[in-house]
Design a protein around this ligand. Structure first.
Ligand code: KG4
Ligand code: ZN
Length: 351
């Protein structure tokens, strides 16, 4: 008996502050998708507290997985593989999903498919854009990463530009926090920026010698924090919407210009955005306009698929599964891992 062609995958995601599960058929069809966010429980701390995140994942993971199965009107025996985000992310958070997925795989005798979280973000585009296929160039911007990725095939990718320090999402979150905006800062800063003057403050735009596609956001973050502190010491008030608009303008301009330069020089006409920061309204506007001018095709996930979810993990897992990229039960979670590398495990006896 050969491998069934139709593949339904139960996918699990727990790399940060969302516990998520989904059932995805043949990579492109989301049958169910459940996301339980922990934001309310971290907001008083102004950021994700790892210990709390892990405990909340442990508390909710079985309910979230059960709901994904119920919503799809399925049982574990109806799926063909179990997928899980195994890297990168908060290690204690990842371990909850990985441990749960291994238990399911072991008890149900199903293949275990480890998924790189950022490959998952890129794959969110395959759900929204059924005709999108590699190769393309993708700007992957999340809370922990800012990468320009050459997506050569569904499972082969390489990073051609990256941040040297803070990720774009981190820069949004930290500047938002210094402006007194709640966690998660990016989305609140995006809203506060509407109506503000994007040119009220000039912020640093450092270039990295010899690395034209790399980013650096820590100088911008420090400049914002210093400006706010200096004003506070003088008893002055910084106009929040002007500063928010200036931060948004600077970060999105840097991302768009460097990404478009890279696309032009490497000869890509098919471009995509991925990751939580791709929800930023100004980044979407700037990229749409830049692609229109350059005659490039642009793929952006809908807002519902920009943040962390398990549907995107189930989509990527399909392409990993058909490549044979399954894991043995010695799979471990990793806090960091290059997007181009594969999980090194003993392979899976269940396939
Ligand atoms: O991909 P994601 O949900 O989680 C990670 O993998 O890190 O990305 C989260 C990041 C956070 O830094 C969050 O503030 C940022 O995405 N983000 C935004 C917006 N929505 C989410 N940043 C700017 N503007 C937004 N509208
Ligand atoms: Zn993410």
């Amino acid at each position: 008996m050969g491998i069934k062609m139709d593949k339904r995958i139960l996918a699990i995601e727990s790399s940060c502050d969302e516990t998520a599960a989904a059932i995805v058929e043949n990579g492109r069809k989301v049958i169910s998708s459940v996301v339980a966010t922990q934001i309310d429980r971290h907001v008083i701390f102004g950021g994700v507290v790892l210990e709390i995140a892990s405990r909340l994942h442990t508390e909710s993971i079985s309910h979230v997985v059960q709901k994904a199965l119920d919503d799809a009107d399925m049982k574990v025996s109806d799926v063909d593989a179990i997928a899980v985000t195994a890297a990168p992310g908060l290690i204690g958070a990842l371990l909850v999903g990985v441990g749960f997925a291994k238990g399911l795989s072991f008890s149900a005798g199903l293949p275990l498919v480890p998924v790189h979280h950022l490959r998952g973000h890129i794959a969110a585009n395959y759900i929204a854009h059924q005709n999108l296929e590699p190769p393309f160039l993708c700007l992957v911007v999340s809370g922990g990463h800012s990468h320009i990725v050459e997506v050569k095939s569904y499972t082969q990718m390489s990073v051609v530009g990256r941040t040297r320090d803070d990720a774009a999402g981190e820069a949004f979150d930290k500047t938002a926090r210094s402006l007194g905006l709640p966690y998660p800062g990016g989305v609140h800063l995006d809203k506060a920026a509407e109506g503000g003057d994007p040119h009220a403050y000039t912020l640093p735009n450092p270039k990295i010698a010899g690395a034209p596609y790399d980013f650096s956001f820590s100088g911008l973050k420090t400049a914002v924090i210093n400006t706010i502190h200096n004003a506070q010491q003088k008893g002055e008030q910084i106009p929040i919407s002007d500063m928010a608009a200036s931060v948004r303008e600077s970060i999105t301009k840097i991302l768009t210009e460097r990404f478009m330069k890279c696309a032009k020089e490497l000869g890509y006409k098919k471009l995509a955005l991925a990751g939580g920061v791709s929800a930023n309204s100004e980044l979407r506007r700037k990229m749409t306009e830049a692609c229109r001018k350059a005659g490039c095709e642009l793929f952006i996930p809908p807002l519902s698929l920009c943040g962390d979810n398990a549907a995107m993990i189930g989509t990527q897992a399909y392409y990993e599964l058909i490549e044979g990229n399954t894991a043995g039960l010695d799979l471990n979670a990793k806090a960091s891992m290059e997007i181009g590398s594969n999980f090194n495990t003993s392979g899976n006896k269940n396939i």
